[in-house]
Ligand binder design. Structure first.
Ligand SMILES: C[S@@+](CC[C@H](N)C(=O)[O-])C[C@H]1O[C@@H](n2cnc3c(N)ncnc32)[C@H](O)[C@@H]1O
Length: 224
């Protein structure tokens, strides 16, 4: 069968989606991007179209509790929080003091601090506490990529049945299926660990897993 071409950068598919869905008119998310320039946080948040992907997917499960690993300045947290049911809560973990401070300020400015709670510090050292706050309807992984396999088992255990495990960047910056010799030394570890994570999700019978071919690759798995 002829392979379908999912990404057509030469045809500006991303621009088409942004314009069609008026993604650049999102005042809350624009506030975060504007503050990020003055706060000098790195521009490594998810794309505008991925923020919409997360929101739409999250709304499907009417979440009461969401957990995010990797806040940065709160961009994806704000998008995900829109899917929360009344009185729902989103916990987001951030280990960088600077990022945690900017995100907290953003949540306050947007008056979302009643439904988004930032948990500062290294999330890997905080799993016991996070377990007590769960279980979760959605867990979104977007922290250090090499940590994804370490977090896998914990995530499955702390999701409710029917809950969603979401993970960004599962194409490992496009190198997920590249031949060994084309992968630089610094990328090797990331590619190896993301492959391990993808394989864990794909082969686990507790999950029903797919990968949406977004720019970065968004893994979506339901806990059965
Ligand atoms: C790609 S950024 C997150 C982007 C954010 N999800 C968004 O799209 O708006 C990754 C963030 O994860 C944080 N991080 C990395 N490892 C972490 C860990 N073990 N615990 C908590 N935060 C971590 C980094 O400091 C960084 O701010």
């Amino acid at each position: 069968m002829k392979q379908k071409l999912y990404q057509c950068p030469e045809h500006n598919i991303d621009n088409y989606i942004e314009n069609l869905l008026k993604l650049k008119h999102d005042t809350e998310l624009n506030t975060i991007l504007k503050n990020a320039k003055t706060d000098r946080t790195p521009p490594i948040q998810i794309a505008r179209s991925d923020a919409r992907h997360l929101e739409v997917i999250a709304r499907l499960v009417k979440p009461k509790k969401i957990l995010e690993f990797g806040t940065l300045n709160g961009y994806s947290a704000v998008a995900l929080s829109r899917a929360l049911v009344k009185d729902g809560i989103l916990y987001t973990c951030e280990k960088s003091h600077h990022h945690a401070t900017t995100a907290t300020r953003n949540f306050e400015e947007l008056k979302l601090n009643n439904k988004i709670v930032l948990i500062p510090g290294d999330a890997l050292n905080n799993l016991k506490n996070l377990e007590k706050l769960g279980p979760y309807n959605i867990i979104f992984l977007d922290s250090k990529k090499e940590d994804y396999p370490k977090l896998f088992e914990w995530c499955v255990k702390n999701l409710i049945k029917g809950g969603l495990l979401l993970a960004d960047n599962v194409f490992a910056l496009g190198y997920i299926n590249a031949s060994e010799e084309t992968i630089s030394e610094n990328l090797k570890k990331i590619v190896t660990e993301i492959k391990k994570f993808n394989e864990l999700c794909a082969s686990d019978t507790r999950l029903n897993t797919t990968i949406l071919p977004t720019g970065e690759g968004l893994l979506v798995a339901t806990k059965l």
